[in-house]
Ligand binder design. Sequence first.
Ligand SMILES: [Zn+2]
Length: 701
Amino acid sequence: MFKYRLRVLLILIFGGCLMVATRLFCLQILQGDYWTNYAKQIRLNRRSLPTYRGRIYAGDGTLLAADLPAFDISMRLADLDSPEPDRRQPEFQRRLAEAFKVDGLRVQDRRDVRLKLVRRNDQWCVELSYSGTIRRLRRASPPLSFVWKGSYVNEAVSELRTVPIPEPMVDTAARLAEMTGQDIRVVLEAVRKTAEQELRGRAGRWDVCPVLADVPYDSVLKTSVLREDIQGFFPSDKLVRQYPHGDLAAHVIGYMTKVSPDDYRTYRTEYKGSRAKRLFMNDTVGAAGVEAKFNDLLRGSRGDELAEKDRFGRTVGVISRNDSNPGCDIHLCILPAQQRAAEKVLGDHTGAVVVIDVTNGEILVLASSPRYNPATLSNDYRRLVADPEKPFYQRAVKPYPLGSTFKVITSIAAWAKGIDTAAVHECSGAFRIGGLKCSATWGHGSIGFHEAMKKSCNVYFCELGCKAGADALAEWSLKMGLGELATPHELYGEDPGLVPSPARRAERGERWYLGDTANYSIGQGELLVTPLQAARAMALLCSNGRMVRPHVIRRIVDASGASLPLPHRDPESVQLPPGAAERIRRALAAVVNDQGGTALRAWQGWQKPYKAAGKTSTAQRRVLDPLTGSPRWDDVGWFVGFAPADKPRIAFAVVVEHLDHGIHGGDVAAPLARKIIEAFPDDFLTGNKSIAGTTKVQSNQ
Ligand SMILES: [Zn+2]
């Protein structure tokens, strides 16, 4: 009897131990992660602290981009989800978790799961469906019933279940909506979207997800005070990128966009080795301009805070805190007053303006039209994308055919080859090869270099170019910076353009003809040049081949105030043939100032104490008509030059697209260039005075 009792007792003890062990196994091993997080959730709350993104300044210290604090009302999916019902969790959260639960669904690709908010029988419901290729749907478990969608044979949609959203949840959402003056649909839709993002792997369940973005401060206060009424929702602070000057230099500054699903998946634990820089679902990153090119430097690193909270989410005490580190500030060379003037002058024209300080290589103006406004981009995006003139396209760094302005490089190539440019050529109105026409129908007669440049005689420069040869033209194009990125480390979306040569064409198995060389000499054919490259070539001519490489970044300063090393910039050093630069500059001054010059008309009534110089050109290119989609010819007008003519301080390029038929570059681009030069103070151009903040650096002659 005693033995029997002992055995029963032992069995009972052993059974009890087994039960405890099983339960422990369940809690610690199977659901360990959940309960660890859950426990921390209740007592300790670790939150990521926002960090200020670096500011962007113009050349005179004008603030162009900065972060400002703003508030969202947010939620965390973890608050709505639980592996087993728990009395401590509010009723609505538990039931919502059931509504959104898809654990029974084993589909190949969760990215195809969709949730839809619907109103059925006077109740708010979520409808869960899955769409994917038939192959993937067949593998789904439990098996899905297909609903065919239109004519897409490979796409099928399966409606899995419709679940009513629990009443308490709807009530809470209604209270939040009332407090913030929103529609309840907006709140429920935000919850649905967050749940869908999580199902599709775009958000972690511990991520703080905004339900209402950019809420006014009084709503934030109200929701903070009445927090127990809206359990599951809480105010959260964030930083929003502001662009106080709207579209000023928009293409240089760029804009921000929400992190892409792929980047989120890649960088959600750490970003290039830094956990403090990891991306969260609703983070924004630079999408163009300096914002994109210098995104890593501009982004600060986040801090975090471990705080003790009560069950209503109120902070009881802070246990530890790592402060966040703001990103680096970037100072541009752009002068806002002159940039704005250039943008105003461009007005409704489609085109671009570049102005470079010859003495130190700083890019003072880089304007492109049409533009976008990074401050209002989220509202304008659809309209901008649909615009046939492509406002996101930064024309200042995109390739165009150059035309007559190339005659400057033809002259240098001829000089370098020792060809006698003093020789006079006979212009009859057409060139002997290819029948190229000259601007003067009956010809310019006997003409020398100075007159030929002033009047833009095609025949003269075709003679010069054919004597120098296509290889020399290509060689000097490259030396003057065409065919390569002018700022490989600074400007976003720069195009290298194209410098054609017989060798390049031979690679394609095609022949180079003498007619091609004649075309090349006057900037026609395959040659493509960006406005920035044209201005850079002109700046090289003005500095006798010696200047700092063009750049748009003047300074990068970290949070401690220390300057960071700048992107690599090689000093330019082009050995121009002796005397060539001065003679070409004199001829370009004649284009603007002397009788018979092609740009004289645009400069009539010029009152300034200095003169300007430059070269007009008109070039044709094939474009696709945005409306009909068929190719057509488009005339592009250029004016490329420098000022003052005798002692250049700035070099510039102005390009305008879509010239009316018969209108020349000199008629449209030259008057724009005049207004842009006028926007610079006289003593900046003539003296050694600098505009506030700019540095006058003597080029290393
Ligand atoms: Zn001629």
